[in-house]
Design a protein around this ligand. Structure first.
Ligand SMILES: [Zn+2]
Length: 244
């Protein structure tokens, strides 16, 4: 097993890790896992929450299990904050100036609870980050092409994030009456993007590796597609320990 190279650009144990080019900083390790890199966070410093689809954010000060919740913030070198998803949206945040990182798990419930924006806001209000310095990245999640929801779920989202079926014309086609094309869908990326920008983050500081987990079975796990057989995609972010 080789160590993370000093440039942080690639992780040799995980060639299929998705990374943000602009985050190739010497002190930062980050990535969105795929089916080919499920164990890349299995290293010293792995830090996690028991995810409960909430708006609860915790500060991580040491490695290991932290608590029930859906986001972690830390400025402690040597920790690797981990989020596990299979359709939900993994969100990573970094303040390169203050050297603080965060990871959030945003499914539809967490998104409605504002988990990503709450995490960013806590970085500013409680940990001294500046909005102008904060950056965020969205990993792969179920896309607006596939994320069908019931009306009770859609009603909890801003209308700009709801994709409604075409009403006119389509109804005349008998085969489309019960088809998935007539179901309401939600755009998790857009919802989280809107919340982060509304909170204070610059739109230009939000990076996306937008790819639908359900549409790409070879690359991603999807709970909607694979149900109980589904594995989990592992995303993480951390500050490298110069002494390690
Ligand atoms: Zn899709």
């Amino acid at each position: 097993m080789s160590r993370v190279p000093p440039n942080g650009a690639t992780v040799s144990e995980a060639p299929e890790l998705l990374q943000i080019r602009q985050w190739a900083l010497p002190w930062l390790i980050h990535g969105f896992g795929t089916r080919q890199s499920e164990k890349w966070t299995h290293r010293a410093g792995r830090t996690w929450v028991h995810q409960i689809h909430s708006g609860t954010v915790h500060r991580a000060t040491e490695a290991g299990y932290v608590a029930d919740g859906d986001a972690l913030i830390s400025d402690v070198p040597g920790l690797l904050l981990e989020i596990r998803t299979a359709d939900c949206l993994p969100v990573l945040l970094v303040d390169p100036v203050r050297r603080m990182v965060a990871a959030a798990h945003a499914g539809w419930r967490g998104t409605v609870a504002g988990i990503a924006a709450r995490t960013a806001t806590q970085m500013v209000t409680e940990f001294g980050c500046r909005w102008d310095d904060l950056q965020a990245a969205f990993g792969p999640s179920i896309g607006p092409c596939c994320f069908e929801v019931g009306p009770e779920v859609a009603a909890q989202f801003d209308e700009s994030c709801v994709v409604r079926p075409v009403e006119a014309g389509e109804a005349s086609s008998p085969e489309s009456t019960n088809s998935t094309h007539r179901r309401v869908k939600v755009d998790l990326h857009r919802a989280n993007l809107t919340q982060l920008v509304d909170a204070g983050l610059s739109p230009g500081a939000i990076f996306q590796v937008a790819s639908c987990t359900m549409c790409h079975p070879g690359q991603f796990h999807s709970f909607r597609r694979d149900r109980e057989q589904s594995g989990r995609l592992v995303s993480g972010i951390g500050i490298l320990d110069p002494a390690a």
